[in-house]
Design a protein around this ligand. Structure first.
Ligand code: AP5
Ligand code: MG
Length: 216
């Protein structure tokens, strides 16, 4: 199964992609995580994109498609869940064509709908574990009590100004991709509010109902 999770910042794409990956043996491919790893490891890519991520601006399509192409090559086009990609029309055009050419087209896009107020509430209290990649929320998905709180980070783009800007970028540059995706790939909308388990159940429900998506 090859799917993509779509939605605004803080919609729960990373949280649900990890759950889907674990439940169904998919590789989780998050462009945001790939960029953050490059920044942490101070690679040339990391140096190039660091200020963009901190400000909540999008990285260029060429650079982003390039890292996705590299990563897909190492996967030899196995099953995966894309998280935060594609998020511009050129990215969507490129990935659909690239996968179709490889004989392994994208099966579906699942869009998580979450209102802006909930996004702000979620991102302002998010904490992540850079070692394990785990995503927590201080109220809604708290880290285990025995975890060293100093090991957790508050992403620089989760500061109030950057959250606001990321939402603007989403509405201006990413939300319009929806129309393109609806036209070219099976596209499902899911209510992203409620508990983590409820959202996971809705995603699995729409994928299971969609005939042709065996194995879920
Ligand atoms: P990226 O890392 O993809 O960030 P994003 O899309 O802004 O999304 P987030 O990771 O902030 O949120 P999420 O939807 O994954 O939610 P999460 O599960 O963490 O991108 C970062 C940057 O990289 C971009 O700004 C850009 O610079 C660059 N970039 C990345 N991809 C790019 C691309 N394709 N093109 C160009 N540039 C790109 O959950 C959020 C919080 O909510 C957590 O605390 C979580 O615990 C909590 N939560 C989750 N589910 C629930 C729930 N059901 N109820 C309550 N809380 C919940
Ligand atoms: Mg994420």
């Amino acid at each position: 199964m090859r799917i993509a999770l779509f939605g605004p910042p803080g919609a729960g794409k990373g949280t649900q992609a990890k759950r889907l990956a674990q439940a169904h043996g998919l590789t989780h491919l998050s462009t945001g995580d790939l960029f953050r790893t490059a920044i942490r490891e101070r690679t040339p890519l990391g140096t190039r994109v660091s200020e963009l991520l901190e400000a909540g601006e999008l990285v260029s399509d060429d650079v982003t498609n390039g890292i996705v192409a590299d990563r897909l090559e190492t996967l030899a086009h196995g099953d995966f869940v894309l998280d935060g990609y594609p998020r511009t029309v050129p990215q969507a055009e490129w990935i659909l064509a690239h996968l179709a050419d490889a004989g392994a087209p994208l099966d579906a896009v699942v869009s998580l709908r979450v209102p802006d107020e909930a996004v702000v509430q979620r991102l302002s209290r998010r904490r992540t574990d850079p070692e394990t990649g785990a995503i927590y929320h201080l109220d809604f998905n708290p880290p285990p009590a025995d975890l060293d709180a100093d090991a957790l980070v508050h992403r620089p783009d989760d500061e109030p100004d950057a959250i606001r800007h990321r939402l603007e970028v989403y509405h201006q540059e990413t939300a319009p991709v929806e129309a393109f995706l609806r036209e070219h790939v099976r596209y499902f909308e899911v209510d992203g509010t409620g508990t983590l388990d409820e959202v996971q159940g809705r995603i699995s429900g729409v994928l299971a109902k969609d005939r042709g998506l065996a194995g879920i």
